[in-house]
Design a protein around this ligand. Structure first.
Ligand SMILES: [Ca+2]
Length: 485
């Protein structure tokens, strides 16, 4: 057929390919759009050491859902968190060590104000911002703690999250409603701002919000961040075990609740048919609180949150992704929280923006079974106690924050004068009781020299938190240190 009419000719040129495409696509239209990038779900508990996780040998509790993830995936023996909440959170979000972000001490923004996690500073670029730029839907639920939603109700959007449901933290001046954490929680969401969820349990609201988000976005690649507020104090009875009374029984009930929430999330991934393209990383932000003692190998293990001992910072770290992540692997590979951002980016097929300085290295090849070890020769942990307010803003106590650095065998403790004052052989002495810093043995001398070189490579002065000063709020903590002090 010869088409003479030029207009018709050109119209057909435009329409025909589209019609052909539609007719070719029609038989497949019922099938979900293939998603090539894996979902990433990072779950980070608040205050729990390995001694309370079954697959790490906990004898005082059963955690079947966590253990199932571990059995079907990888168990890391040597993964470092930071010793306290906000240093861990900022390291996860930025891929940087506290000495580089300035979060070398804990700083509770809704409670103390002043130094906030300022999205305007490129130093604070989050993994969510990078994942979103790479086509991911992003959601955060649980506990944030590094911004005040009264000042910036939609700050999570600025930090790269499409959606969120986050406990506000205890807002000074608004304590009555915001202090309550687990029951009647005060939660900020993009749609409703901050409000009390009367009669609800924080972990339920967070978990259900996440599950709902997963249902709505299952056909897109998702990057999900669940900093779970459990089992941080105040220790409470849970909806499942309302009658427990003692501190230890409440703690156990809270850990069992963590396990239950995890089970609900994994079941939803199964139900939605997206489990085989979802990589779950499960960890905690620091060790168990002091006063709560578990049992491993028949021996008591005290909670050492806030300390830089292995019990304080060597976190449970489990990676699972059926068909993507090898199953039944226990690894001594080194990793720490600065590695998460580059790992997420690589798993998502993205690249780090030019000029973005980070400290971590991707462990994606290891967790995808393409490498036998991580690319880390040492890992680092630091960030305890609280900062202080000076005339120049929030500052850390020491110019050079105390820290610990380790490899697979040895660990050193570093003073605020950049001197190593403790060396431990972690194989022979996992509890760090024998200080080898004065040992003349060649192996110990060699280890000391190696670590001193690493310490010397770090700047003398830690960064200060990067934030643009803003007008004072009524609830800001008052000046505590004057110039010259
Ligand atoms: Ca914590």
């Amino acid at each position: 057929m010869k088409i003479k009419n030029k207009l018709l000719q050109s119209t057909l040129r435009l329409v025909l390919p589209a019609v052909m495409c539609l007719s070719l696509a029609a038989p497949f239209m019922a099938v979900a759009k293939p998603v090539s990038k894996p979902n990433i779900l990072y779950i980070m508990l608040d205050d729990l050491g390995k001694e309370w996780v079954g697959c790490y040998g906990a004898e005082d509790i059963k955690t079947p859902n966590i253990d199932a993830l571990a059995a079907g995936g990888m168990i890391f023996n040597n993964a470092y968190s930071m010793p306290s909440c906000t240093p861990s959170r900022t390291a996860v979000l930025t891929g940087k060590y506290p000495w580089r972000t300035g979060w070398t001490s804990h700083w509770d923004v809704p409670r103390w104000g002043v130094a906030y996690f300022d999205w305007k500073k490129k130093e604070n670029t989050t993994f969510a911002t990078l994942m979103k730029a790479n086509g991911y839907s992003t959601c955060a639920v649980g506990k944030w703690q590094i911004n005040d939603f009264r000042v910036e109700p939609h700050v999570l959007k600025k930090h790269g999250f499409d959606d969120w449901a986050l406990w506000t933290g205890c807002e000074t001046g608004n304590d009555k409603v915001s202090k309550s954490r687990d029951y009647n929680p005060y939660i900020n969401t993009p749609a409703e701002g901050s409000k009390t969820y009367k009669g609800k349990f924080l972990a339920d609201v967070s978990t259900d919000y996440l599950i709902n988000y997963m249902r709505q976005h299952k056909d897109e690649p998702m990057c999900l961040y669940y900093p779970m507020p459990l089992p941080h104090p105040p220790l409470v009875a849970t909806p499942d075990e309302p009658n427990v009374k003692s501190r230890i029984d409440k703690h156990k009930a809270m850990v069992r609740y963590v396990d239950k929430c995890l089970g609900k999330i994994v079941n939803t991934l199964d139900e939605l048919g997206i489990r085989d393209r979802t990589i779950i990383i499960f960890s905690t932000d620091n060790g168990t609180i002091p006063g709560i003692t578990g049992t491993v190998n028949g021996l008591p293990v005290r909670g050492e949150k806030g300390q830089k001992t292995e019990r304080g910072v060597c976190a449970p770290f489990i990676v699972n992704g059926p068909g993507l992540v090898p199953a039944g692997v226990v690894t001594d590979a080194l990793t720490d929280f600065s590695d998460l951002l580059p790992t997420f980016v690589e798993l998502g097929g993205g690249v780090l923006p030019e000029g973005l300085i980070i400290d971590g290295k991707s462990i994606a090849p290891l967790i995808l079974g393409k490498a036998q070890d991580s690319d880390r020769e040492w890992i680092l942990s630091m960030g305890e106690s609280a900062g202080q307010i000076t005339e120049d803003g929030v500052r850390n106590k020491d110019a050079f924050g105390k820290r610990v650095i380790r490899d697979k065998y040895y660990k050193v403790w570093v003073t605020n004068k950049k001197k190593i004052n403790r060396l431990h052989d972690l194989h022979a002495d996992p509890q760090e009781k024998t200080n080898l810093v004065k040992s003349r043995q060649p192996a110990h001398q060699k280890a000391l020299a190696k670590f001193q070189k690493i310490v010397d490579s770090l700047p003398d002065q830690d960064a200060h938190r990067a934030y643009e000063p803003r007008a004072m709020n009524a609830w800001d903590m008052q000046l505590s240190v004057k110039k010259g002090q």
